[in-house]
Design a protein around this ligand. Structure first.
Ligand code: GAR
Length: 231
């Protein structure tokens, strides 16, 4: 069964493009059913439009400006995505943390890509931080990872896959960044393929979110269990 992917982007969308290409060439048994961005200028939205894929634009600022909270935004984000019935929500350069009002609607179904290895350089500047550590003589390789998103921790959760990226002689920050992005494009497609295969083998397709709800505080923080076959 072809998996339905919702892809969230905040920027250029080269990883979205890797997913679109993998869907088109058969490497992924999946279709991107919606691309959503919090930034109108995100080129990822244009990539989606060029591929004929529905797009959604949902900025945070109007929520905050009208006295609504970040949690309200996350609940609305979940409602918008749920209307597209995704099997997987893929954070491909999505630069907002997601809280329980979002995550409870897609338990164990949110996948994040990060340009560093687990536990190292979380946040928005991972590549710069790795480069600076290298220049300071503390690091001769970095990496990329794909993980499930169980809670609002920063780039943290059950790991689906990692790839080490060496820092080589004559590297500049730019050449390192290019190598990291190339590794991401491969790893993200590989990991999505593994997760989708796992679903197919279990013959238990995702039933989809059952309405969008606000969890109580007591049930807010849950830990996602990584599907065993992908460990
Ligand atoms: C990627 O390097 C991704 O790992 C990173 O944003 C970039 C998006 O590139 N995400 C994070 O740093 C998450 N903390 P893209 O828009 O070209 O796919």
């Amino acid at each position: 069964m072809t998996a339905r992917l919702a892809v969230l982007v905040s920027g250029n969308g080269t990883n979205l493009q890797a997913i679109l290409d993998a869907c088109a060439n058969g490497r992924l048994d999946a279709e991107v059913v919606v691309v959503l961005s919090n930034r109108k200028a995100a080129y990822g939205l244009e990539r989606a439009a060029l591929a004929g894929i529905p797009t959604e634009y949902l900025p945070l600022r109007p929520f905050l400006d009208t006295g609504r909270s970040r949690r309200d935004y996350d609940a609305e984000l979940a409602a918008v995505l749920a209307s597209h019935r995704p099997d997987w929500v893929v954070l491909a350069g999505w630069m907002h943390l997601l809280s329980a009002p979002f995550l409870h609607n897609f338990p164990n179904r949110v996948v994040n890509l990060h340009p560093a290895l687990p536990g190292v350089f979380p946040g928005a500047d991972a590549i710069s931080e790795a480069w600076e550590a290298h220049v300071a003589g503390k690091l001769d390789s970095t990496g990329v990872m794909v993980h499930l998103v169980p809670d609002d921790g920063v780039d943290n959760g059950p790991v689906v896959g990692t790839v080490e990226v060496p820092i080589v002689a004559n590297d500049s920050r730019e050449t390192l960044e290019a190598r990291i992005h190339a590794a991401e494009h491969e790893l993200l497609v590989d990991c999505l393929s593994r997760l989708i295969d796992l679903d197919a083998r279990r013959k238990r397709p995702y039933e989809g979110p059952i309405g969008v709800h606000h969890p109580t505080d007591a049930t807010e923080r849950r830990t996602a269990a990584l599907p065993e076959a992908s460990q």
